[in-house]
Write a protein that binds this ligand. Structure first.
Ligand code: NAD
Length: 242
């Protein structure tokens, strides 16, 4: 993996930070992108670029000569559909579906030229299942699943794979921030939200650690992954076994 270059989005925190560090530990040259400068500064052994990934016209400034692309940046917003702010819906689709499309589009020529490439899209169980109050997030992740499969079909002849990773709830700020929102929406305390809402459908009754997700991403980018493409890897403590 020492000769590979990777671009990881949303790398200042949570799953993205874990993926950046995990790939760097394999010797990959990682370019970590985020709009959180302080979070990027806390990373070790990676190149960092500060950028707002929702600003689609600026994405062409990011390096396109990478062999591995991890589309990870994302946000959550919890509200019933009839109260969901339309501009927030657009923002979430832009950040979590259009930006991945643009980054895939501009990095594929380098991967095709090299005859090798790995696209890993950090989707979610919500790429495969819906939950109430998460219209934009669920729509974006379902869209990302479709995009990933099309890239898998087109990229196969060029040695490029594309897959989704689909975690249930991971211990990151995205989830801890959501506890307060969900508590208000459901009329519960934050610990009740964790037990009765978030972990209710999950057989393994704990939050997943970011490093567990990063380990799966490393496998999908590693030497044994050439035939793994167009798939979605559920890492959900048994949620979708129901
Ligand atoms: P997080 O909040 O810890 O990290 C998200 C990162 O994205 C942050 O560093 C943030 O600064 C960055 N980001 C957000 N908007 C940005 C923008 N406009 N421009 C640049 N950077 C931006 O969240 P996380 O839990 O690590 O989530 C990462 C991905 O994993 C998301 O796509 C999320 O949907 C997915 N995911 C998370 C969970 C979970 O339970 N935490 C579960 C399934 C999927």
């Amino acid at each position: 993996m020492e000769t590979r270059r990777a671009l990881v989005t949303g790398a200042a925190s949570g799953i993205g930070a874990a993926c950046a560090q995990r790939l760097a530990a394999d010797g990959v040259h990682v370019v970590a992108v985020d709009f959180d400068q302080a979070g990027l500064d806390a990373l070790d052994g990676v190149e960092t670029v500060v950028a707002d990934l929702s600003d689609l016209e600026r994405l062409s400034d990011l390096p396109s000569d990478v062999d591995i692309l991890v589309n990870n940046a994302g946000v959550q917003q919890v509200a019933p559909v009839e109260q969901f702010p339309p501009e927030r819906f657009s923002y979430i689709l832009r950040l979590m579906l259009e930006a991945p499309f643009r980054l895939i589009r501009q990095t594929l020529p380098h991967m095709y030229g090299a005859g090798w490439g790995r696209v890993v899209n950090i989707s979610s169980v919500h790429g495969l299942r819906a939950s109430p109050f998460k219209a934009a997030y669920v729509a974006a992740k379902h869209g990302l699943e479709g995009l990933s499969k099309v890239v898998a079909l087109e990229g196969a002849a060029h040695g490029v794979t594309s897959n989704c990773v689909n975690p249930a709830y991971v211990r990151t700020p995205l989830v801890t921030a959501q506890l307060a929102d969900q508590a208000a929406t459901h009329g519960l305390s934050e610990s009740e939200v964790l037990d009765k809402v978030l972990l209710e459908p999950v057989a393994v009754k704990r939050l997943i650690e970011p490093a567990e997700v990063a380990e799966l991403v490393a496998v999908l980018c590693g030497p044994a992954s050439a035939s793994i493409t167009g798939s979605s890897f559920v890492l959900d403590g048994g949620w979708t076994a129901h």
